[in-house]
Ligand binder design. Sequence first.
Ligand code: HEM
Length: 410
Amino acid sequence: MWTPFAAPTLSDSDWARLRSNVAGLVRAGLGPKLIRLAFKDATGTPHGQSLLGEENAADFDLVTGLKSGLVGSISNADTLSFAGAVAVGAAIQSANLAVPWRPGRADVVSASDVKYSPATEHTDAQWNAQDLRVWFNRLGFTNDRDAVVLMGAHNLGNCHVQVSGYAGPWTTTPLSLTNEFFVRLALAHSNPAYYSNVSVIYNDSKKWQWADTRGRMMLPVDLSLINDASYMYYVNQYATDQTTFITDFVDAYSRLLEYNVSSGLGGYVDTSLTPSLLSTQDTTLQSVLNSTTMCYPLVGNPIICAILKPDGSGNTIFTIHSLKTGWAAFGLGESMMDGDVIIGYPNQNKTSTAFITTYSHGININYNPVWQQIDLLCMWTTSAQILDGRGSPSLESLSLPYPHIHLQMS
Ligand code: HEM
């Protein structure tokens, strides 16, 4: 008979291998995805059930990849949960603060093994503050402080049209956990015109979200926080105190990953990554980047493509085209700080010595089904910023292994 608990049989070197495998995905820019999948698996669909049904086959591949090289065994649910915890630590980039995490989750073998159905625990980005509170209460998070701090995960990552129908990053630090999400919410509270309502159209579905003039987004459920006095109290607190935000987040996320299973878990396991694991260059990324046309999404109908053409003089002409209506976030390098495309000039140590930042990366509403070229307003800056191979091999964060790059603008 199925039981909800199964202890992994991993040795210390297996755990180290698993941490290293997670680091590989974090370096590829997939940390936020892991953080989200771990949360979804722990709540809406506990015990690996999301991997059985709701999510797609690529997530199975992701978990299989995470387990590669392990001698002992571990459930998919534990693997994903552990990856989320490790990825949060990596996003904080502080050696002193790792997410407390315990193993022991079993994978379900059939839908009937699942206590909470996806329908019951399903989340909706169009929710208002009260919907959000009801859902968090059901998960046992009855304190508004916990709800607000957990929504602060939306400092990280992006919405992907092909995943959710929404598009774009929330902040300029999608791979580092800062309090910018709350700073922006506080800004929207004091200046209601800061975000405009925009529609994102993808594969004939149309979704409403909020966006600022630089392509940073907010889901309706995110902005609902500022319409609720109790939620707003904590938004303001975290907007002015990043240290408390991060400490509270680590604590709440750790409890979230134990939702409904805390009684049967084992002893704590180290989730911290050494800095060297995070800075290793990714060879797979480099090989993907050698192609001359890259489209996003990588499979299916592209909505945006970058075309790289060598000009014969050692330079590469870089143009961006899009077929679709709406807009998309587009960035290079880790942070997209103050700009939307950052192109580094890696030297032989893979350290960039200068970069271009661009503004106005938004794709204009395009009612005609023809490719449009996207205008990019460019500005040269110099910086010691390191483009160290982070960034997934998609157009969402693409670093270019060329010594000289021209941006062709229209
Ligand atoms: C009602 C609650 C929530 C709703 C409606 C919601 C909705 C969404 C949506 C629509 C996306 C975009 C997915 C995509 O297109 O790839 C997203 C991304 C994300 N969510 Fe949430 N979310 C909620 C709560 C949370 C919580 C509690 C956490 C973690 C503690 C979280 C972590 C994330 C992360 C890290 C991403 C970025 C994923 C990536 O970059 O691939 N979310 N969320």
